[in-house]
Design a protein around this ligand. Structure first.
Ligand SMILES: NC(=O)c1ccc[n+]([C@@H]2O[C@H](COP(=O)([O-])OP(=O)(O)OC[C@H]3O[C@@H](n4cnc5c(N)ncnc54)[C@H](OP(=O)(O)O)[C@@H]3O)[C@@H](O)[C@H]2O)c1
Length: 241
């Protein structure tokens, strides 16, 4: 494998994912821009390359087995391997999402993207990550997925949400299982929360910039070999599960 660190960021065409790609690219890394829409992907890649990032487009729909398998092949061909995977792509499914009225299909679609998509992409990329000297997996979660905070009176956990928040709790649970299985390897696996960030995801109501939101993922993607694994972090430190 080349000396250059290779990263894949899913959902990197906009929002926090784009800024994660920009931040990792600024370190001199080669960055795969995972995105499902060709035009949005090309626009993002062009913008990153214009900013000096060694970016390449990776067609990727995280809900599609064939798309994910093809993405792994493309990365192997184009970059020769993968060191860092940032599972960033997600949807909310739209609000409101009260458990008593939510459409079951909404829950299924959100879990398919936010949880099963992460499993699908991670497992497809794992052979390349296993071959890396310093592999990292960063799962973009949210404090709304914290069962501890959700059950703490007065804690800020956003609107009642039977699909999005639940999907992030499930993602956290999945992350822990990966850590249990891969804990004796050199792969550092952590969850990050970007904070309430102004993006399409929330109609740009967030109070942080996408660049600020990207900081925790960049931190977790660049951990030293003796860095933590199996943690849940935001910019302020550890987030309770
Ligand atoms: N914004 C916040 O306040 C906040 C807070 C906590 C956690 N987060 C988490 O941070 C991450 C980034 O969110 P964001 O705010 O940057 O959201 P965003 O602007 O809506 O971007 C989401 C990205 O995911 C992509 N995506 C969605 N479904 C996909 C699929 N099936 N296959 C491939 N890509 C797909 C989108 O692509 P398209 O352009 O094609 O739709 C887009 O690139 C998410 O995991 C989110 O849950 C965000």
């Amino acid at each position: 494998m080349s000396e250059q660190t290779i990263a894949l960021v899913t959902g990197a065409n906009k929002g926090i994912g784009y800024e994660i790609a920009a931040g990792l690219g600024a370190l001199g890394w080669r960055v795969g821009v995972g995105a499902r829409d060709a035009q949005r992907r090309d626009t993002a890649v062009d913008k990153l390359r214009a900013a000096g990032v060694d970016a390449f487009g990776v067609p990727l729909d995280v809900t599609d087995d064939a798309s994910v398998a093809a993405a792994a092949e493309l990365i192997a061909d184009r970059a020769g391997g993968l060191d860092v995977l940032v599972n960033n792509a997600a949807i909310t499914g739209g609000m409101p999402q009260a458990p008593t009225t939510v459409a079951p299909a909404t829950v299924r679609d959100v879990v398919d993207t936010n949880v099963i998509g992460v499993i699908r992409v991670t497992n497809a990329m794992l052979p390349m990550l296993r071959a890396s000297a310093s592999p990292r997996i960063v799962n973009m979660s949210s404090t709304v997925g914290s069962l501890t905070l959700q059950s703490t009176p007065g804690a800020e956990t956003g609107p009642i949400s039977a699909a999005y928040a639940v999907s992030k709790s499930l993602l956290n649970a999945v992350t822990i299982q990966y850590v249990k299985e891969l804990g004796d390897t050199n792969i550092l696996i952590n969850s990050g929360c970007p904070g309430f960030t102004a993006t399409d995801l929330n109609g740009f109501r967030g109070i942080r910039t996408p660049q600020q939101g990207a900081a925790i993922a960049i931190h977790l993607a660049t951990l030293p070999d003796d860095g933590p694994t199996g943690g849940f972090f935001d910019d302020a430190g550890t987030v309770p599960w």
